[in-house]
Every structure is written in C-alpha cells, then in structure tokens.
Design a protein around this ligand. Sequence first.
Ligand code: 4NP
Length: 173
Amino acid sequence: MAEWDSGQDGRVGVLFVCLGNICRSPLAEGVFRARARKLGVLDRLDIDSCGTGGWHVGASPDPRSVAVAALRSIPLDHRARQLDPPRDFVRFQHIIAMDRSNVREIEAAGETHGLARRPIRLLRALKGAREGAEHADVPDPYYGGQDGFERVFAMVDVACAELLEELADEIRR
Ligand code: 4NP
C-alpha cells in the first residue's frame, strides 16, 4: 500500500495548489468546500490549498478572488501557505494543480526532498491527458482584471463538481 492511500482520520485528503496561494487555489478550495457541504460530505474530506511559492505566506486571498466567491455566497477564509512536501505528500491523497508549471514545481519539490514520485493532477485534466494540453491550465489571473477571475471561477466550479463526482465512492467508503 502506498503511503498516501489513506488519509487523516479516514478522511479523503484533497490539496489544491497554485503559485502564490492567493488567487486560484484558495478559490478552488472554497468552491470545493461549498459543494461538499451542499452534498453533506464535508466531514469526510480534509481540504486545503497551498502555493509552490512562499511570497504571500500568511496573506488572505486576493480581494478579486474573494469578490467572485462572495457573489455566490462562498466565504474564503484561507491564509496562504507554501507547499510542504514531506507533510503534504502523506496527508493528501489527491494533489490537484492549477497549471502545468505548478505540476512541474510540485514534482521537483518532491524530488528535492527525496520523496517517491506520486501522481499530481491538473484540475482541468482530471481524467489524464495533461501533456501539451494548454487548455487544461487554469490561467494565472494575478496580473489581469476582474474578468480573468470570473473566468477562473467558471473553470474551477465545473472542475470541482467533476472532482466530487469522481471521489464519490472513495468519500462514502
Ligand atoms: P495564484 O496567483 O498562483 O493563483 O495565487 C498568483 C499570485 C501571486 C503571484 C503570482 C500568481 N505573484 O507573483 O506574486
């Protein structure tokens, strides 16, 4: 059995990862949490987010992410933290990256710590085929306007619904 086959307290661990952990991944975390709550399965999940970079550690989510979530009555109360491979690779069975550069950074961080290679998936390519799949990235909205955050919300919302569907059996086990 691989070390990431079972989560904390029997819960299913899901970690969303982006670069800064202030725009995309805290939004994905909040959306996924809200959908899980609605389905009545929140207590079966251990959900968190982090960034591969450490520039914003301790910061609240970007106000533009907070705004698109608030429009749907979804609170974002995360504080940014950096990926911690030795802990996160054990705690979370599902490590879900926002774009392909995040995937590369997570894999490289794991190797730096001498950790066994493990599956890192893209949020928008949950069923595989991430190689060369530019459309599978959730694009970094940080340097753009509010409209970019609306597009990110739409992508994240659809993908989080798919992820919950995919995990249904695992969650109910
Ligand atoms: P995120 O967006 O990875 O979606 O949180 C970014 C936030 C900050 C920076 C880059 C991307 N930054 O360079 O500070």
